[in-house]
Design a protein around this ligand. Structure first.
Ligand SMILES: [Zn+2]
Length: 119
């Protein structure tokens, strides 16, 4: 520990020290602090890195889906989501916006697009 840490803490020797948490929920508080109850002073405190950093780091997932409706020309749609995109989710989505008939209509996840130059 650094000298300043040593000097910060020596002042509180013999004081009542408590570990307290704030925010979040019981299982996952947002902030945990070591406090001197005698002086009512925060000695050390840490934020939950997981809850503050995770949403930004999470990359958006995206897939291309070939959509073939019985009554229209086939087309490709790009789907993006923070979570993994599964066929079940796509089926759920299409059934929520259209009256799907899976005997005639179809969706295919396109894993990769290759490109050919005909010049
Ligand atoms: Zn103290």
């Amino acid at each position: 520990m650094s000298d300043s840490g040593y000097n910060d803490l020596i002042y509180h020797v013999g004081h009542k020290i408590e570990c307290v948490c704030r925010g979040g929920n019981e299982d996952r508080p947002e902030n945990i602090a070591i406090e001197c109850v005698t002086c009512n002073k925060v000695l050390l405190d840490y934020n939950d890195q997981k809850s503050t950093d995770m949403p930004e780091k999470e990359e958006k997932k995206s897939v291309l889906v070939l959509v073939e409706f019985n009554n229209t020309a086939p087309f490709v749609q790009r789907f993006t989501s923070k979570e993994k995109i599964t066929m079940d989710k796509l089926v759920e989505y299409f059934e929520s916006i259209e009256d799907m008939n899976w005997d005639k209509d179809g969706i295919t996840i396109i894993d990769d697009i290759s490109e050919v130059n005909l010049e």
